[in-house]
Design a protein around this ligand. Sequence first.
Ligand code: CMC
Length: 431
Amino acid sequence: MAENTDIAKLTLKGKTYDLPVHSPTGGPDVIDIRKLYGQADVFTYDPGFTSTAACDSTITFIDGDKGVLLHRGYPIDQLAGKSHYLEVCYLLLYGELPSAEKLEEFESLVTNHTMIHEQMHNFFRGFRRDAHPMATMVGVVGAMSAFYHDSTDINDPHQREVATIRLIAKMPTVAAMAYKYSIGQPFVYPRNDLDYAANFLHMCFAVPAQEYNVNPILARAMDRIFTLHADHEQNASTSTVRLASSSGANPFACIAAGIACLWGPAHGGANQACLEMLKEIGTVDRIPEFIARAKDKNDSYRLMGFGHRVYKNFDPRATVMKESADEVLDLMGIENNPILQVAKELEKQALADPYFAEKKLFPNVDFYSGIILEAMGFPTSMFTPIFALARTVGWISQWSEQLADPQLKIGRPRQLYLGEMQRDYVDIEKR
Ligand code: CMC
């Protein structure tokens, strides 16, 4: 933290309290209110954490006004263009880009941990076939704590490292198995000769009856989708992982909590909701009707894939995703895809509309990702599991950072209580 001699002053009931101010390496200054309750007997009130920093971190930086996203200082467009997912995983976890030797070591470690305990196959079979793959993932990832006892002791750095590698390595296997189970096909085991993204595509689309060769361009597009979702600082699911872990919970339980939070349509579930919305719109002539609904104060309808808590200019991930959508559709020979046309026209019309301009609402990462995933052959129900597998490295990097922080305390927000104060119990016959 950079030194800051500024002091914020809070005057309350005739008394003034000095609050230290911290300067981050990037972003706005932060007023430190940790001692406020002890000194002034007041809480601060900030539902949705719109103005509250819950931790310090060195992993990811976002400047929402400028549309900047940096992982350990490196811009996302450079990482998406020049790097690849496992290298970005290394960067997020260890803070620096790896040497060629370190990268090879890391890739080999991940590749050699992609299989899951054979007994876990039975666990999958306990679910209904029509379960949403996210429901299966929440259950199976939580259940990993029942299978990998030798990596649940969070006080042992070696066990933490083993859990980290296991989660990154096994998450594609779990997501692919959830998919295969939902469509009634046999599970496909991971293959060590394929890279991370190609292996995932293989586990999703290969069948024992026929050879399946992964298209390297699709594997590259898949890898880029993983990279674009790898981390996003203190978003809802990451904060959920941090909060769960602050009690000392094991890593698999914490990541399961993150998956549960990600599922919501305001967060990772938006990629599924967005493609469903684009399909519901169907043709460009219906766009004005949907824009009108999104603007209507009396209608809770929102344009999915639009808006972001932090980005107020553009989402740099959406820019790369849009390029990828064109590339993948081209490759698949899908010309004049009506959904892509609706998406591009919707983006154009919404951006030209004063409602969206005034509220600074722009397409986010989820706006174009569904179009790519559908062109690759994924059903909408797999969109959020793919987000979850890609975000696992972000969750686990933030989890690791938190556990190494000597200031770690259990997360315990306060409340503004507006309920009844003490009253006497009334016997049932007198109510
Ligand atoms: N369509 C129409 N109006 C919107 C939208 C939208 N997509 N998003 C926000 N608004 C309006 C909202 O009604 C509010 O208006 P008013 O000030 O008149 O009440 C204003 O814009 C501010 O919205 P907010 O809900 O207070 O903003 P937030 O920061 O709490 O919410 C958000 C951010 C992403 C949850 C929200 O923009 C949204 O629901 N978007 C659609 C879902 C979506 O695409 N989520 C994916 C986010 S990116 C992937 C990820 O990181 O998970």
